[in-house]
Design a protein around this ligand. Sequence first.
Ligand code: NAP
Ligand code: GDD
Length: 348
Amino acid sequence: MHGNEKTKKALISGITGQDGSYLAEFLLAKNYEVHGIVRRASTFNTERIDNLYVDSHKENAKFFLHYGDLSNSSNLRHIIDKVKPDEIYNLGAQSHVRVSFDQPEYTADIVATGTLRLLDTLHDYIVASNKEVKIYQAGSSEMFGSTPPPQNESTPFHPRSPYAVSKVAAHWYGINYREAYDMFVCNGILFNHESPRRGETFVTKKITRALGRIKYGLQENLYLGNIDAKRDWGFAGDYVEAMWLMLQQDKPDDYVVATGEIHSVKELLIEAARICELDWEKYVKIDSRYYRPTEVDALQGDATKTKDALGWTPKTDFKALVKLMMEHDLELARKEALLKEDANEKNK
Ligand code: NAP
Ligand code: GDD
């Protein structure tokens, strides 16, 4: 950065989530001042970002957290007024598809109306401050739903869950605020992306965590739903760069972010089991509880536009991703087994 360039400020909703943690790291490395919105919880929910925390009283502090929630407009306005961000990344969501069938109204309130609250609050702030603030909206390949692959920016949406319907609404709110008020809104349409930090109830992490524990004798079985579903899985660390690149362009637009590779859940299971030298068929059982009332059978992204316009390409392929996650979770299980052994010894 040149001496007279001012430090950019980013505000991230969902900073405690998988993507929020990678994005915060990425922006701090680019010398941004990073502000995150965290929900008040009775237990600590900042595990993924604890390594980034610097006492905010210190002069060199560039990482700040603010209590907030996408259900609360006045609180969002207060945070924006205080932070005065240059860029906002709206990653906050009830992001579990299966859970959205159990909590449809809550999901719509946070994912759809929450995005509207943020856009409208930001619009008010821009009018009052006369400042340009760019905003990234975390859209999803789930929006394509039952439309057959490959899917790109022109593919029609056919959402298949309350989560996906809410993301479609958020996507169109973004476009409407862009067209109506000339706001710099970018919709990223991101296909599934994973990492060792992935929430434990998403299928990739559920598989690698369980196989690691089975390998070390800590767990007997793994219960799964539809293992024939196909996804385009990439690495979250690669995908946050694409979010940032979208906001560095001259004009706002919408972009698909994907690897272009498609694999079934069963293929993922086979690859992960191969790494830990386990016969997966001995341990995996199908439980209809994990089926969805309406499933998304196959997602495979065509990210040609993103590659051409942003110069972005994924660095991590399917096999490398499974290896990264499986090796991480084998190590985690090894430590867990050691702790258990220690505790057993002490109790003798
Ligand atoms: P995640 O790990 O589930 O993180 C979601 C984040 O949203 C967490 O920080 C969570 O806070 C926060 N949040 C939940 N409810 C909120 C509320 N009412 N107000 C404010 N924040 C709230 O999700 P992710 O995988 O990082 O995904 C990030 C975003 O991208 C989400 O919008 C997701 O829907 C979208 N997306 C994800 C993928 C993917 O494959 N990962 C693909 C496409 C789109 P707590 O920590 O307190 O729960
Ligand atoms: N979670 C889960 N648990 N999924 C299972 C299981 C299971 O036990 N068994 C089979 N599956 C299948 C699901 O039915 C789905 O077809 C596939 O595995 C992937 O499920 P998830 O890992 O839960 O991800 P998702 O594709 O539904 O949603 C994720 O990706 C979206 C982008 O396409 C989430 O991160 C969403 O927030 C994101 O928008």
